[in-house]
Design a binder for this molecule. Sequence first.
Ligand code: BGC
Length: 501
Amino acid sequence: MDTQFTRRELGVAAGATALGMSAASSRDIMQTAQAQTQAPRSTAPEFPKGFFWGVATASYQIEGAPDADGKGKSIWDVYAHTPGKMKNGDTGDVAIDHYRRHKEDVASMKDIGANAYRFSISWPRVFPDGAGQPNPNGLDFYKRLVDELLAAGIEPFHTLYHWDLPQTLQEKGGWQSRDTAKAFGDYASYVAKNLGDRVRHFFTLNEFQNFVDMGHRGVSLTVQGKPVNIELAPGLKLEQGALNQVAHHAVLAHGLGVQAIRASGNKGTKVGPAEVLFAAVPLIDTPETVKAAETATRELNARFLDPMLSGTYTDAYLKAAGADAPKFTDEDMRAIASPLDFVGVNIYVVKSYVVASDQAPGYRQVPMSVSHPKMFSSWHTFAPEVLYWGPRLVNSIWQPKEIYITENGCAAADTMSAEGRVDDADRVMYLRNVMTQLQRATAEGVPVKGNFVWSAFDNLEWTDGYGTRFGMIYVDFQTQQRTPKLSAAWFREAARQNAVV
Ligand code: BGC
């Protein structure tokens, strides 16, 4: 079979020349865009009207420009320059140079059919020391970015904290200090005051469980029988009591952030967290197994989602923690449980499979077999049904008003062919499967309003560096040339049809 793509296969839209793509592929793309617009719909069931087909990124992973316009250092600027921490010594100093290329990047996102973009604000760009004197020049970058997005018809979704804590705050105790939660509230208030006219959706913090545990102790998993160790900045090794207190300060920051946005943002501004969901998936769809999965999922999220949504720490968590339980006040709990407009959940993996059990606590965790299939990242077991069960369980346990899937996606061993194409068929397979499961959840009435693919662009995959590519748009890190992959063509058509194609 001919290995060349037909025009239809490489379905990415106009504007390609502006993106610095080769003339031949740009011509293909323009013609394909036209073919797609005229094409009939498939018979695939649709997502609800107005569903957001989004893409996601985070500041340290894409921006570069670590000192531009008065930015302060973040814990990632320091950590990534610590010898031995990052694969191949990679850092975010340049990343994909998004700080300077954001116009081009917004155009690329528009071209691949995204109608929503979730990105994070770098806290030390806005408050170089984390608190005190703001830096309006830093915030201006995000104003320019948002204006560009709005002009392109892409809905901006802000994340206030995607792990790049100002280094000055780290030196004062970081998340071990309650003052960091307070500083987060002040930062949220400043951003809401200055961007609330343009941005309608705010996420507070990204993946509480991961930045708390991986950043303050390190996490060890076993995947397909092999050990996987993950660490994030600041790379501490805290005892359990101190770790639980860090967790408490993180949810307290969320609560203070929600209150600050309500007080300072525009009327109608919506806010919620973007937590990684630790989902316990029932292995059989029977009422008792689903109930077991609900009990297990609530417990697996007992330090983060559950207090945000129920206003308490579960008895089981406090009892198991004993003397290591976090210290908190009733007022803290009231702030943490501030009413939300939506819940954002990042969903990549099943945390645990479960069946019902007669014995306490009412479920049995079923270990994953060493033969369980996986995607390219060391930790990424392939379990597409979690995109059905995750939102369904969030809905039945906590009944939020709205749900966003704030991240799903996969890394792949992407390479550029001699013809300049990136054939990420495994990513297309992944997206089709997870989005089919998500569509099932929406068809059953689970109020999922949108999905954000991680990621729009290849970027710095934290300690794994630049070799682990998650983007639907390929980035040549030497030339900074962007090239939509095959998955971008799939995404564009799926977004156009509002269905899994
Ligand atoms: C994080 C992203 C990360 C992605 C893939 C999520 O844990 O929010 O920053 O790059 O997963 O690992």
